[in-house]
Design a protein around this ligand. Structure first.
Ligand code: SF4
Length: 360
C-alpha cells in the first residue's frame, strides 16, 4: 500500500487513536443492531498492524469483545502481519482474544527478498520463516496461513513447494496491484508481460495438483474449482458477488478497500469519517456502491467470456483505465489461461469419476 501511487498515508496518524477506536466500535454496534446482523469480520491490516503496539491492539480487541458479548453477535477478528515483530507475547494476546493470524510471505528468499526488505534493504525471508514456524508450532489453532504476492520472476511450483515443506495449511496468491494506467516498477507489467504471470500460476497449479494433499489449500485454485462445480467465488478479487468490505484508516477515514489506492492519489477518499459519519452513510455513498457492485461495471468482453462465472472480470482495481472499470482485468490473459486450465482439468476429473461410478 505504501508503494502505490496514493501517498495520502504520509499525512495520516501512524496509529489509530483511542477516540477513533471508540467511535468505530460504537458505530459498528449500532450498524449490527439495526441490520440484525449476527456475524461480522474485523481485519487488522496495514501497513503492519503490529507496529501499533500491544496496548493499542489490546484496547481494540477488548472493546470488540465487550460489544460482541453485549449484543450477542459473533465478531471474528483476523490479523495480517509481515511477521517481523511477532513473538510469544503477541501470540498469547491473539490466543486470549481468538484472533486469527495470517502471515505475508512471498516464498523462497530469492523471491521474497526482492520486495520484502527492512529499512536497511536486508531481505526478511529468514526472519519471517522463523516467525511462521513459531506460530505454526505454538498456536496452530489461530494460524490461518500465508498471503503471497505473485512475483513472476520466480517459479510458481517452487513457491508452492516452499510453503508445503513448511507445513503451511493454506496459502493464497495475490496479483500485484496494477492496472492499465499504473504499474509498480517492482513487478513486470501485467499488460505487456502477461505470459510471465500465466507461467507462474500454471506451474503453481500443476504442482499443487501433483501434491494432491487435502490438508494443503490454495484459496485461488480452490475457489476456481468450486466455481467449475457451480459455486460462485465470494472473494473480492474473483467472481461476480458484491464486495462487503470497507476500510477505516488510522484517522477514522471511511474508505473502499485499499487496493483501489493503485488507481490514483486520493482515489479512496470519500470525505467520510467514522467520527462524524455512520456506517449507514458509507453504505449509501454512490462511489462505495460502484466499488462494491463488481458486476455492475463489466466490459462486453467479460460479459461474453465463457469463464465469467469463475473469473468475474478480475479484481476491480485491476480493471481501471484512468476513467472507469468497464474493462477486463489487466491480468485477463493470465486469468483466462488459468480458468481454462482449471475448467478442463476439473471437468475431466468429474467425467472420469462419473464413468467410474456408472461402471460400478
Ligand atoms: S478471463 Fe478476461 S475476459 Fe474473461 S471474465 Fe476474466 S477478465 Fe473478463
Amino acid at each position: 500500500m505504501y508503494e502505490l501511487v496514493d501517498q495520502s498515508w504520509v499525512n495520516q496518524p501512524k496509529v489509530m487513536q483511542v477516540d477513533v477506536i471508540d467511535k468505530f466500535v460504537m458505530n459498528l454496534g449500532s450498524y449490527l443492531k439495526v441490520n440484525q446482523l449476527n456475524d461480522f469480520v474485523v481485519v487488522l491490516h496495514g501497513g503492519e498492524p503490529l507496529l501499533a503496539g500491544m496496548d493499542a491492539v489490546e484496547y481494540l480487541l477488548k472493546k470488540l469483545k465487550k460489544m460482541s458479548h453485549d449484543l450477542s453477535v459473533r465478531i471474528v477478528t483476523t490479523l495480517q502481519t509481515n511477521g517481523i515483530l511477532l513473538n510469544g507475547k503477541w501470540i498469547s494476546l491473539f490466543k486470549k482474544y481468538s484472533v486469527l493470524v495470517g502471515i505475508s510471505h512471498d516464498g523462497p528468499a530469492e523471491i521474497n527478498d526482492l520486495n520484502r526488505v527492512t529499512h536497511n534493504g536486508q531481505g526478511t525471508e529468514n526472519t519471517v520463516t522463523e516467525k511462521l514456524k513459531l506460530i505454526r508450532e505454538s498456536a496452530p489453532e489461530i494460524f490461518t496461513g500465508v498471503l503471497t504476492v505473485i512475483n513472476p520472476k520466480g517459479n510458481g511450483a517452487d513457491v508452492v513447494d516452499f510453503f508445503y515443506n513448511l507445513d503451511v495449511p493454506k496459502i493464497d496468491f495475490l496479483f500485484p496491484d496494477q492496472n492499465y494506467v499504473l504499474s509498480p516498477s517492482q513487478y513486470p507489467s501485467a499488460f505487456l508481460e502477461s505470459s510471465l504471470y500465466s507461467n507462474f500460476l500454471l506451474a503453481a497449479y500443476e504442482r499443487w495438483r501433483e501434491i494432491d494433499d487435502p490438508n494443503f489449500d490454495i484459496r485461488l485454485f480452490r475457489e476456481l474449482i468450486l466455481a467449475v462445480m457451480g459455486t460462485s467465488p465470494t472473494l473480492d478479487s474473483l467472481g461476480v458477488t458484491d464486495v462487503g468490505i470497507f476500510v477505516i484508516e488510522t484517522d477514522g477515514g471511511l474508505e473502499p478497500i485499499d487496493t483501489f489506492k493503485c488507481c490514483g492519489e486520493d482515489f479512496t477518499k470519500l470525505g467520510l469519517n467514522i467520527c462524524s459519519n455512520t456506517l449507514f452513510d458509507l453504505q449509501e455513498n454512490d462511489l462505495i456502491k460502484t466499488f462494491v457492485q463488481k458486476s455492475s461495471s463489466l466490459s462486453n468482453e467479460c460479459h461474453n467470456c465463457e469463464y465469467l462465472k469463475m473469473c468475474g472480470g478480475g479484481y476491480m482495481p485491476h480493471r481501471f483505465n484512468g476513467k472507469d472499470f468497464n474493462n477486463p482485468s489487466v491480468y485477463c490473459g493470465s486469468l483466462y489461461q488459468l480458468c481454462e486450465t482449471v475448467h478442463s482439468d476439473i471437468s475431466e476429473a468429474i467425467t472420469y469419476a462419473k464413468n467410474k461410478l456408472n461402471n460400478g
